[in-house]
Structures are given as structure tokens and as C-alpha cells.
Design a protein around this ligand. Structure first.
Ligand code: ADP
Ligand code: TRP
Length: 321
């Protein structure tokens, strides 16, 4: 079984990334071959300033490793280590119906939020299909918002197979029901592009401050608080042991505890959950030479398997094989 996933290096990793995707990726690296990459080509479709990409790649690499992605088990690399992915994306784009891309919510959402409607943003799902197929992935752990992109990847692979024979097996998304969509401090989906994130590795003071700023309603201290659909529960349900979750839920349901105290308690739970990873990040950051070696190793392995697949594709389409 081969697992693959990607994450855009567009900012520091947050709780949504961890519970939606990284946690599964860490489990899967012990279950089969795993390929995890930093989607730096995809990140160029976003709004970041020129020049920021190298440090974002470094920081996200460190974040991922601190979260438990293990470069001695998984192949961890940056997307641009294998530029041939664009050759594959081109082949795939020639069998991709325009209508398929026109239906993508992510494109429409991003344009509605003010991102430039570039061809790169529109063709994003084709490059994503190439990322997945380039490594013959069977299973792709992603958060719920990426579900449609996975369906598009399967459709494109299917179209390609119809034309050229059985070149691809169809990849499947793995979406954790228990994560759902992790809410940000404003109650919307937590996302780097909404500025509402709780970053896993932010300084304790900043993290506490952000949690104290979570939007809540005006329920008085003594009254029971909303549970389902509330941001506090949307986060607390993911943190700590079962008894700690139940205790938190109890505090919301029974009333008598104000939002200030509930937020303090939530901050304690967040810091407790990530304490080990925060420490690990500091240790990893202290050895940049080791990080560079892992990055180079990942690039070499990724390239090795991609070139084999590409030879098969070139033979199928009749280009320089
Ligand atoms: P962002 O929206 O912050 O830019 P990415 O698009 O880089 O995050 O997402 C990386 C991975 O994390 C994807 O698999 C995505 O589905 C998952 N993810 C991101 N935000 C959330 C969230 N709020 N809840 C659940 N999963 C999420
Ligand atoms: N689109 C994904 C995201 O925004 C990142 C990504 C790029 C990806 N290529 C991928 C995820 C391939 C899984 C597989 O989160």
C-alpha cells in the first residue's frame, strides 16, 4: 500500500492541518510506503510575497517532522525536487474536461476571496492529480476540503486510462470522520488564508492570547453553553484523553463556568496536547545539517520512483521514451 499527501508551504502549520491530515499521515507511515511532500509549486498560486518560499519550505518541513512525520520511514520531499511532475500534469491536462475544473469549489472560493483568477489556480487540481499519480499512490490522507480534488484526480486518471490503456490505478482519499472541519478562532474553517489559525508551534503567550480571543456568544456565566456547533467544543473534542473531553463537555453543558475560564482550560488542553511536539521542534531546529540531509535524501528517493512512472507514461503517450 502506498500513501501520499501534500501540504502547501504557505504558513506555519495549525490545528486544522494536524487533525485533518498530519495525524493520519503519521499513522500511515507505519502501515506502508509513505510519500509526503511540500507543495511549493501549488503555493505559488497563493498570495505570498516573492522571496518567502524558501523559508516557508524550511519551516513547514520542520513543523511536519516535529508533528511526527519521520524522514527515515516516509519519503519527505519538496514538490519542486521533481520538476518532471509538470510533464505529467501536461499529459493529464490534455484529457481533463474543462467542465471538471469549472466545477471545483476551491477555485471558486479562492477567487471569491480575492485571489487572482490565474490559469495556475484554475489548473491546480491537474497538478495535484499529477502529484498523486506520479508516485502511484493508493491512498491519500487529506482534510475534508480536499475531497473534491481527489475525485477530480480519479476522474482524470480514468479518462487517461480510457484513452491510453490501464496506466493508473485509481487513488482513494482517506478522510477522517472524527476531524471534520476544524474551526478557527472566528468559527469559520481554520485556514492559513483566513488568518484565524491556532499555530501548533506559536509561542505559548501568543497561543493563549489567540485562544482567549475566540469568538463566543453572550450566554451568561451561570447558563449552560452551546456545545455542538460551538468553536470551543469544535476544538476541545479533539484534545486530550476521553475523560478530559467528557469533562470539558460537562463544563459547557452544566453552566456556571464563564467563557474566560473555558478558554483558559482550552488553552491548557492545546498546550498539553502539543507539548512533546513543541519540544521536538526545538531539538530538530538545532541541527540544520541533518534537516538538509533528510531533505536531500527525500528528493533523491522521490525522483527515483517518479522517473520509473514517467517512463511508463511516456511510452503510453508516445513521447521521448
Ligand atoms: P490551509 O487551508 O490552512 O491553507 P492547506 O490547504 O495547506 O491548509 O491544508 C493542508 C491539509 O490540512 C489538507 O489536507 C487540508 O484538508 C487539511 N486542513 C486544513 N485546514 C483544515 C481544517 N480546518 N480542518 C480539517 N482539515 C484541514
Ligand atoms: N491541495 C492540497 C492542499 O491544499 C495540497 C496538495 C497538493 C496535495 N498536491 C497534493 C494533497 C497531492 C494531497 C495530494 O491541502
Amino acid at each position: 500500500m502506498r500513501y501520499l499527501s501534500g501540504i502547501q508551504p504557505t504558513g506555519r502549520l495549525h490545528l486544522g492541518n494536524y487533525f485533518g491530515m498530519i495525524r493520519s499521515a503519521v499513522e500511515m507511515q507505519n502501515q506502508g510506503e509513505a510519500y509526503y511532500f511540500l507543495a511549493d509549486y501549488h503555493a505559488l498560486t497563493g498570495a505570498s510575497e516573492p522571496g518567502q518560499l524558501p523559508s516557508l519550505v524550511q519551516e513547514t518541513f520542520l513543523d511536519l517532522l516535529a508533528c511526527g512525520v519521520d524522514p527515515t520511514k516516509a519519503v519527505v520531499f519538496r514538490q519542486s525536487a521533481v520538476p518532471e511532475v509538470h510533464e505529467l500534469a501536461w499529459y493529464l491536462s490534455t484529457v481533463t474536461p474543462m467542465g471538471l475544473l469549472e466545477r471545483c469549489h476551491s477555485y471558486k472560493d479562492k477567487v471569491n476571496r480575492g485571489l487572482a483568477a490565474s490559469h495556475g489556480l484554475f489548473a491546480y487540481p491537474v497538478l495535484m492529480a499529477a502529484d498523486i499519480l506520479m508516485y502511484d499512490a493508493d491512498r491519500v490522507p487529506v482534510g475534508q476540503d480536499q475531497k473534491q480534488h481527489l475525485e477530480v484526480a480519479r476522474d482524470i486518471a480514468g479518462k487517461f486510462n480510457e484513452k491510453y490503456g490501464q496506466v493508473w490505478k485509481l487513488p482513494e482519499s482517506v478522510i477522517r470522520e472524527d476531524a471534520g472541519v476544524v474551526p478557527g478562532v472566528d468559527g469559520q474553517k481554520m485556514s492559513k488564508s483566513y488568518g484565524n489559525t491556532l499555530e501548533i508551534f506559536a509561542p505559548e503567550k501568543d497561543l493563549r492570547k489567540k485562544i482567549m480571543g475566540i469568538k463566543t456568544d453572550s450566554t451568561p456565566v451561570e447558563a449552560p453553553k452551546a456545545v455542538e456547533g460551538s468553536t470551543l467544543w469544535g476544538l476541545a473534542r479533539l484534545l486530550g484523553r476521553e475523560d478530559e473531553k467528557a469533562e470539558y463537555r460537562g463544563l459547557l453543558e452544566k453552566g456556571g463556568v464563564g467563557y474566560g475560564d473555558l478558554k483558559k482550560k482550552l488553552a491548557d488542553l492545546v498546550l498539553q496536547e502539543f507539548a512533546g511536539m513543541r519540544k521536538r521542534r526545538e531539538e530538530l531546529a538545532a541541527d540544520p545539517a541533518q534537516l538538509a540531509r533528510w531533505m536531500a535524501q527525500g528528493a533523491e528517493k522521490a525522483r527515483g520512483s517518479a522517473m520509473g512512472v514517467l517512463a511508463r507514461v511516456r511510452a503510453a503517450v508516445g513521447t521521448n521514451s
